[in-house]
Ligand binder design. Structure first.
Ligand code: HEM
Length: 522
């Protein structure tokens, strides 16, 4: 018996070894430079990440250090070959001009129909249908209506800020930005008004943090699950490992279902995401006219030829509503709160620039109590400040695409085969001398129109048709947060403020020493 067990274990180990190492010759055969792999973690940069010695964001930074001048090179994550593109022109081709070869991203095929219907998880025509439908959710007209909900949350935030100015406590702006973001999503996304500033332990917030696996609400088991889905998706699905926490999914699905049913029955309207998604789903137009309010949006234009009706996906309206509303959390919560914390950090480090942001806010607001979407649009210096924060601290690392048909890299004889993953390394583009007036310093003037900034220099929201669909919503929340933070108060350095924000290798959404500062009354 012992012999049979030993034999079985050995066979399994040999199989794993074979599976992980079978593609180690991939880049050599293609003639593409690569970081040598070793069993089981792959290349050294991947090994550091898996062992918690570097963050996910730094995985590509580490790789580029090895090949700083190569336009294209490769590395291995476990047994998976990954192409890296470190060249602005080629990156633009992959993201925009030759997008038809790179329409997909890494997907997580789970046993859960709600997660499988996430826009982030869709591919090919299904993705295009859903993307086209959802683009109607984030137009200026719709955002203008949603801004009212976020504005209300901003007022709760301001009361909280006042109380912290009175006590003189240090606050962690990542945590506080999280309260603001979460209450905004609750209201603008789910039709629920909570005040997490007063009652941080409310069920909605606890469930949301559980859902996204925020620090303190995730276990090492969650990391193993994500790892499984990223590397052995078929095994994970076969074993029915849940992609999301069932308790939290049920909680939110229940709220959405009840709200949806009530609104259908009563005709009640609140102009939040629930209303907007249902409106878009029911719209008879399958090919929406595309309107572009910036170059970023123009570059994201969808080729809608052959597009069918979203209803032909076979997914029912309720599932689509639930999955898209939940995606708000997954895609928008940690990203927006981290963004807020980075901006606050820079405000505290550069008081003279903070004064300029404040001046603009107070001139535009005048005596008005509320903040409107139109007023936010006028805040051009705030725009520049935010863009510069995100250029200098690009906290999400490289973008990723999946090649969906063989792609001959222009001016080479290298073909990226269908099915391979490609990372677009954008950090150098953001810091290049010829792209910005003052590339190495924090200087919002880098984004002044007269200084001719390179629009690809701030890639935090991605680029091209698969860019961040929620960017305008995120910026609206961030700007409202800044208005309510600064119009009567200022943020200042405190004992725990660090000069540099360092990502925690164990959790890419967390800064090692927090983002602490103090609030003072103006
Ligand atoms: C500061 C906040 C945010 C940042 C930095 C951010 C960043 C990103 C990035 C880098 C991508 C991938 C883009 C690419 O591959 O080219 C993305 C995709 C996406 N984001 Fe955001 N995001 C933010 C907020 C939001 C919010 C609030 C939502 C709410 C709806 C959202 C929804 C999405 C979705 C659905 C996708 C996938 C789009 C697709 O696959 O077609 N994001 N985001």
């Amino acid at each position: 018996m012992l012999f049979e067990i030993g034999l079985l274990v050995l066979t399994i180990l040999l199989y794993i070894y074979y599976e992980v190492t079978k593609q180690y010759g991939f880049f050599k055969d293609l003639g593409v430079p690569f970081l040598k792999p070793s069993f089981p973690f792959g290349s050294e940069n991947g090994k550091k990440m898996f062992l918690g010695k570097s963050s996910i964001q730094d995985t590509d930074v580490e790789a580029v250090k090895e090949f700083p001048t190569e336009k294209v090179f490769g590395y291995f994550l476990l047994g998976q070959p990954i192409f890296v593109i470190n060249n602005e022109e080629l990156a633009k081709k992959v993201l925009i001009k030759d997008f038809e070869y790179f329409t997909d991203r890494r997907t997580f095929d789970t046993a859960d129909p709600i997660a499988n219907a996430f826009l982030t998880n869709l591919t090919g025509m299904e993705w295009k249908q859903m993307r086209s439908m959802l683009s109607g959710v984030f137009t200026s007209g719709k955002l203008k209506l949603m801004a009212k909900h976020v504005d209300k949350v901003g007022k709760n935030f301001e009361k909280y800020v006042t109380s912290k100015a009175e006590t003189g406590e240090e606050i962690d702006m990542k945590v506080v930005g999280g309260l603001m973001t979460l209450d905004s999503i609750a209201s603008a996304g789910f039709g629920i008004e909570v005040d997490s500033f007063k009652e941080p332990e409310n069920t909605f917030r606890i469930m949301a943090l559980t859902l996204v696996g925020a620090p303190g609400y995730r276990s090492s088991l969650d990391n193993i699950k994500i790892f499984f889905y990223a590397t052995l998706p078929k095994v994970a699905k076969f074993l029915k490992i849940p992609g999301m926490k069932p308790q939290a999914v049920n909680f939110f699905s229940d709220i959405l279902r009840k709200t949806y049913k009530r609104r259908m029955a009563t005709g009640e309207k609140r102009n939040d995401i629930i209303d907007v998604i249902v409106e878009e789903l029911r719209s008879t137009k399958t090919k929406k006219p595309q309107t572009f309010e910036s170059d970023f949006e123009k570059d994201a234009a969808l080729d809608t030829s052959g597009l069918k009706d979203i209803r032909e996906t076979g997914l029912d309206e309720e599932i689509l509503l639930i999955s898209n509303a939940l995606l708000f959390f997954f895609a928008g919560f940690e990203t927006t709160s981290t963004g807020i914390s980075i901006i606050c950090h820079k405000l505290a480090l550069y008081p003279e620039l903070q004064d300029k942001v404040f001046q603009e806010i107070s001139e535009i607001l005048g005596e008005s109590e509320d903040v409107s979407f139109e007023q936010l649009q006028e805040m051009k210096y705030l725009d520049m400040f935010i863009s510069e924060c995100f250029r200098i601290t690009s906290f999400l690392g490289a973008l990723e695409r999946k090649c969906v048909k063989d792609y001959l890299i222009p001016n080479t004889d290298v073909i990226i085969p269908k099915g391979r993953f490609v990372k677009l390394y954008t950090k150098d583009i953001s810091l290049r001398e010829d792209n910005f007036k003052n590339p190495n310093d924090f200087d919002p003037e880098n984004f002044a129109p007269e200084n001719n900034p390179n629009k690809f220099g701030m890639m935090l929201f991605g680029q091209g048709p698969r860019n961040c669909i929620g960017m305008r919503y995120a910026l609206m929340t961030i700007k409202i947060t800044m208005v309510y933070l600064l119009r009567n108060h200022r943020v200042v350095r405190s004992g725990k403020t660090t000069d540099v924000l360092e990502v925690d290798p164990a959790n890419f959404n967390v800064f090692k020493n927090g983002v602490f500062m103090k609030i003072e009354k103006r």
